[in-house]
Design a protein around this ligand. Structure first.
Ligand SMILES: [Zn+2]
Ligand SMILES: [Zn+2]
Length: 408
């Protein structure tokens, strides 16, 4: 019953605030801040939330904040936006171009932040009117690009007591007014691997008296990817690709050390968790066969974002309700990484792709100095996030009480 009124309430709210939200986004765009340095951004968000009667709490490092709307024993739904910019030059010729050399909101996090601010203000109104059937935790997360901000939020108890979490990301390949959704994995994992081999070294005339390090390194380069292709389920698309290799200085000398570096990409969460141990054991067995010592340095990126099916249904239902029929479009798993994945390792939730392309307009790519959005996406994002939070609360909450309160 409440669902039917929601669209009208959002229309009324956005008629008043959309211009202001666009101005807020442009201000952030002109003053981008890098991961864990988002002090000004954090202050701007905090000021606006405080002015709306909310009580934000800034994270201990002074960047990023968490704020709760609503009270009582009802369920808790979290909405997350990332607030950091990228170390890139802004190449656009627009009045709101970045004023900071070499720093740019080229991943659309200024839009995510503004969408969540608008959603917060709307939900604060709903709570004041007694229409919020539970609590919504607003997470303005720092340092997504590092990555690491999600882990910082979790270390501060940011998702404790949360039943379900939602987030979205600008997608310049989807038209404004549409929302890209997919159940299951929607982004990928990407880790970095460095292998160092060492041996006694010697003359190339006598490889049998030492360890033929270059030969062993070559075996590692080809055997590791080959063995992985037979030890890991092919559907996980785990792939190790080398980008750098170094060993030796002279044609007739066997060197005493060498190095290879590459990336491990993976579409599947289980395979991603198992990858370091498996690679380590394969490395040791290949190196051992040729008498060289091998050690590896494995740097974890982020796991894939794996969307919970029920949460995706909630997003779809909410988007149809407030954007209209046909607003939900399918989307594919990308090879990019996104640290929202860390939340979904602990609690159910889903991550959506917000259309930011003007119909028939240019398709900008993210992580480019030319990236920009159709600003109508901000209001669309507010509609979707607000409706999703309410949908999730209605579906897990004490529906009878809610209906009574709403109707009173
Ligand atoms: Zn990015
Ligand atoms: Zn991003």
């Amino acid at each position: 019953m409440r669902g039917r009124e929601l669209r009208g309430e959002l229309d009324a709210f956005l008629a008043e605030t959309e211009q202001d939200l666009v101005a807020f986004r442009r201000d952030l765009h002109m003053h981008p801040e890098l991961a864990f340095a988002e002090y000004r951004t954090t202050q701007r968000i905090a000021e606006r939330l405080t002015a709306a009667g909310l009580t934000p709490s800034v994270l201990p490092r002074g960047t990023g904040l968490i704020c709760e709307v609503g009270s009582g024993d009802g369920p808790t739904v979290a909405l997350r936006a990332d607030i950091d910019a990228l170390p890139l030059q802004d190449e656009k010729d627009v009045p709101y171009r970045s004023t900071v050399a070499g720093v740019c909101h080229a991943c659309g996090h200024d839009v995510h932040t503004t969408v969540l601010l608008g959603t917060s203000l709307f939900l604060a109104q709903q709570a004041a009117a007694g229409l919020l059937p539970g609590r919504v935790r607003l997470i303005f997360q720092p340092a997504e690009e590092l990555p690491g901000g999600a882990l910082e939020v979790m270390a501060q108890g940011g998702i404790s007591g949360v039943d379900r979490i939602f987030g979205l990301h600008c997608d310049p390949r989807v038209d404004v007014g549409q929302l890209g959704l997919k159940a299951g994995p929607i982004t990928s994992a990407c880790d970095k691997l460095v292998v160092r081999v060492s041996g006694p070294g010697g003359h190339t005339a006598r490889p049998h008296l030492t360890a033929d390090l270059v030969f062993a390194l070559a075996k590692i380069l080809t055997e590791l990817p080959a063995a992985l292709s037979r030890r890991v389920d092919p559907r996980s698309s785990l792939s190790l690709v080398w980008g750098k290799v170094e060993a030796g200085t002279a044609a007739n000398a066997i060197p005493d050390d060498g190095l290879a570096a590459g990336t491990v990409r993976c579409l599947d969460e289980g395979a991603w968790h198992a990858a370091p141990d498996l690679i380590k054991s394969l490395l040791e067995s290949v190196a051992g066969a040729y008498g060289v010592e091998a050690e590896m340095d494995y740097t974890r990126g982020v796991p894939p974002v794996v969307n919970d099916e029920v949460s995706v249904e909630m997003l779809a239902e909410a988007a149809e309700r407030v954007l209209g029929a046909g607003a939900v479009v399918p989307t594919q798993q990308s090879l990019g990484g996104e640290d929202f994945a860390w939340y979904l390792e602990s609690i159910p939730g889903a991550f959506a792709r917000l259309g930011t392309r003007s119909p028939d307009g240019v398709t900008y790519d993210i992580h480019q100095g030319t990236f920009d959005v159709d600003e109508k996406a901000i209001a669309m994002g507010v509609r979707v996030m607000a409706a999703t939070a309410l949908t999730a609360l209605w579906e897990v909450g004490p529906l009878d009480t809610v209906t009574t309160t709403a109707m009173a």
